[in-house]
Ligand binder design. Structure first.
Ligand SMILES: Cc1ncc(COP(=O)(O)O)c(C=O)c1O
Length: 395
């Protein structure tokens, strides 16, 4: 078949035609157990009937009304997110990068409106990933993503992740916002320490900077509670979410406190499709079903199963793996030789029909649908063990 898709992604090893729960099916009918979940997107699994029904009902009612007029799905989803987060205002967009762009723009405009013309800097962490648009990319200090896209927007500075002393020197009166992932995702699933986030809160309050949590990968229930900041017990001024919000439909959001919401006034920022009715209806269905099935409990129980299995495998193959790390159902297993990580992914897919992927170049990432069962995790761990055995034999 002709393939006119831009070759900006690595060539796909399989073609997926359908999904059901924690399984995906390729074009030859082969079934795969999915430990990637659309990269932390499909919290309720694939083709969830409740989500499909909400999408279909909304598609038959209203798909787009423009931001010139209000509609019920966006209002209801904003209300529900505000209720569950105890934030006051919600801005909808279409992706994670866009949510971070909005947060960066908000931080600068908030300072500007307060007459603080020198407060321009956006501070982010080394190892962070905030997206591929130019502003979000400027906040992502990684050669791999930034190379060749210069000049990037100015006014961005970086500080080492989880380094409290460095943070004390980095936040001053020129910083408009400090943006941080409570769990760094793309650099290898590395949780922030509570002390680092608490110190960030104190320093931002003391110096008048906004604290932004990028919960795009670790939020929406993946850490256990709906939001990762609730796990850490640290309240930022702004959080950004996307990925799992509508269980697979494109949507992103920025949640803010009333105080900082004044930074963006009518006309300051917007997007044609942001918060359109169908993704919002899917998001609402996701939140409702999540509560109905007690998803948080499942995440907590399955997290214990996953981490104990990963620890066993790491102990069995100390030449291949480091210590597992992560939170809830977002886990990373460091692989000592980056070539091994690719070989493990291929072996598990081809021999056991289990889908894993890498975060960074040497960490196996586990971000299964949050509905995953103990048996499915056992199957995935068995596939990982077999893949590790094949490597051990090859050596
Ligand atoms: C923490 C984090 N922030 C931002 C993004 C960008 O989101 P999107 O790909 O929806 O633009 C991602 C995507 O992986 C992410 O993991």
């Amino acid at each position: 078949m002709n393939n006119h898709l831009l070759q900006n992604y690595r060539s796909a090893p399989i073609t997926i035609v359908r999904g059901e729960g924690c399984y995906l099916f390729d074009d030859s009918g082969t079934r795969y157990l999915d430990m990637i979940g659309g990269i932390a997107v499909c919290a309720l699994g694939h083709a969830h009937p409740g989500i499909a029904e909400a999408i279909s009902k909304q598609a038959h009612t209203l798909v787009q009304s423009s931001n010139l007029f209000g509609h019920e799905p966006a209002r209801s989803l904003a209300n529900e997110l505000a209720k569950q987060s105890e934030f006051d205002r919600v801005f909808f967009c279409n992706s994670g990068a866009e949510a971070n762009e909005a947060a960066i723009k908000l931080a600068r405009k908030f300072a500007y409106r307060n007459g603080e013309r020198k407060r321009r800097t956006i501070l982010s962490c080394i190892g962070s990933f905030h997206g591929r648009t130019l502003g979000a990319l400027a906040a992502t200090p990684n050669e791999k993503y930034q190379e060749g896209f210069d000049p990037l927007p100015g006014g961005f500075r970086y500080t080492p992740f989880n380094d409290v002393e460095a943070l004390k020197g980095a936040i001053d009166e020129t910083v408009a916002a400090f943006i941080v992932e409570p769990v760094q995702g793309e650099s290898g699933i590395i949780p922030a320490t509570r002390e680092f986030l608490q110190t960030a809160r104190e320093l931002c309050s003391q110096h008048g900077a906004l604290l932004i949590f990028d919960e795009i990968q670790c939020g929406m229930g993946r850490s256990g509670p709906l939001f990762a900041f609730q796990h850490f017990g640290v309240r930022p001024d702004v959080i950004t979410i996307a990925k799992a919000l509508a269980n697979g439909l494109p949507i992103g959001a920025m949640l803010l406190t009333e105080r900082v919401a004044s930074g963006l006034q009518p006309g300051d920022h917007g997007t044609t499709f942001g918060g359109s009715p169908v993704p919002c209806a899917a998001g609402l269905a996701h939140l409702r079903i999540r509560d109905e099935i007690g998803l948080q409990k499942n995440v907590e129980r399955m997290s214990t199963v996953l981490f104990s299995g990963l620890r066993d495998i790491a102990n069995e193959f100390p030449d291949i793996f480091g210590e597992p790390r992560g939170l809830g159902l977002l886990a990373g297993l460091p692989v000592k030789d980056p070539h091994d990580a690719a070989a493990l992914v291929t072996h598990a897919r081809e021999k056991a029909r289990v889908l894993f992927n890498k975060a960074g170049n040497n960490t196996m990432r586990f971000a299964p649908p949050l509905i995953v069962t103990e048996q499915q995790l056992m199957d995935a761990l068995k596939a990982l063990r077999a893949a590790a055995e094949s490597l051990a034999v090859a050596v």
